[in-house]
Design a protein around this ligand. Structure first.
Ligand code: UDP
Ligand code: MG
Length: 315
């Protein structure tokens, strides 16, 4: 599908009524500054405040504003997915509604695009107004995630990024249910470039990512990008089996050297340990198959092509 606009800005909004007018003002100025046709997509993710009324008002007064009203609160990542599936721009800006990510960076992002990027992602040099707990858990989370998963998800990034349509189409071709979008975008490949920036405080309201939602996002992220936890049983079983063998050797030697061993205890102990480790290994085998079924069930594209050259178009 050819893009209808040069630019789409996609903004998921949950209980953001108080900050929306300011978001609109700054985002509009940034988009208009590019001097090309654009649309601003505001997604109301089942807000309990006047967010949708505000969006309706903005859309009535400005035909660059598209409002999407979700049937209920689906969560940030799905609200974003809804906006991405409906946007029609050649370049797509993903930005939060709370102005923590400055819309004014759009120009710099577009410049990186001109230099040949497909995705320009914001990388936080600093984050204002966030508790040490949030920063510490975020840091630990990215470390764990990169250790567990096969792709290297850049640290200190959120969903604030500019994407070219080819990358967006590729993202939309991933039909999986639990969506950790920044990880999925990394998975895509293409030419991805960071843009360092300072993250501001929330303009209004407060975070909608309490610890509970962060934990859910973290679990989604780990389970979407890694089947390594399923392998834990195998490793555990193999370690336990090895220790059992070493222990058996030690017991036999001390028995042979005339050490005191209670009758029946030795054989009982070894049977228990061997059966235990065998069970762990077998659980790991089940895990391997389960992991493969899981990967298949996501139905991700097998590969994504950046470009093909040298193929003659003549029949
Ligand atoms: N958001 C959403 N649905 C939710 C929670 C959040 O659409 O269930 C939006 C929210 O309005 C904001 C963005 O997702 O535009 C990021 O949320 P927030 O700023 O609360 O997260 P934080 O920046 O604290 O991680
Ligand atoms: Mg925020």
């Amino acid at each position: 599908m050819p893009a209808a606009f040069f630019l789409s800005a996609v903004v998921p909004c949950y209980n953001e009524a108080s900050g929306l007018p300011e978001l609109y003002r700054r985002l509009k100025a940034a988009c208009a500054g590019v001097g090309q046709p654009y649309e601003i997509i505001l997604i109301n993710d089942g807000s309990k405040d006047a967010t949708w009324a505000k969006i309706q008002e903005l859309s009535a007064n400005d035909d660059t504003v598209v409002g999407i009203n979700l049937s209920r609160n689906h969560g940030h990542q799905l609200a974003l997915s809804a906006g991405l599936s409906l946007c029609r721009g050649e370049f797509i800006l993903i930005i939060d509604a709370d102005l923590q990510d400055p819309p004014e960076l759009l120009g710099d992002m577009l410049k990186k695009m001109e230099e040949g990027a497909d995705v320009v992602y914001g990388q936080r040099i600093s984050r204002k107004g966030e508790t040490w707990f949030k920063k510490a858990t975020a840091a630990a989370f990215y470390r764990l995630l990169n250790y567990l998963s096969d792709i290297d998800i850049p640290r200190d990034t959120g969903d604030f990024r500019l994407m070219r349509r080819n990358a967006l189409e590729a993202l939309l071709s991933m039909p999986e249910q639990s969506r950790f979008i920044r990880g999925m975008v990394t998975w895509l490949g293409f030419r991805q470039v960071p843009l360092p920036y300072h993250r501001d405080e929330r303009f209004a309201g407060e975070t909608h990512y309490p610890f509970r939602k962060m934990l859910k996002l973290a679990i989604d992220a780990v389970t979407s990008f890694s089947i390594r936890p399923l392998r834990m049983a195998t490793y555990f079983g193999l370690i336990m089996g090895t220790l059992t063998v070493l222990y058996a050797v030690y017991l036999f030697i001390s028995w042979a050297l005339g050490g005191y061993v209670v009758a029946g205890w030795l054989s009982l102990m070894l049977v228990v340990l061997f059966v235990g480790s065998a069970q762990f290994v077998l659980m790991g085998v089940l895990g391997e198959y389960l992991g493969r079924i899981y990967i298949e069930s996501k139905r991700r594209p097998l590969f994504l092509i950046q470009e093909v050259i040298g193929r003659s178009t003549a029949k």
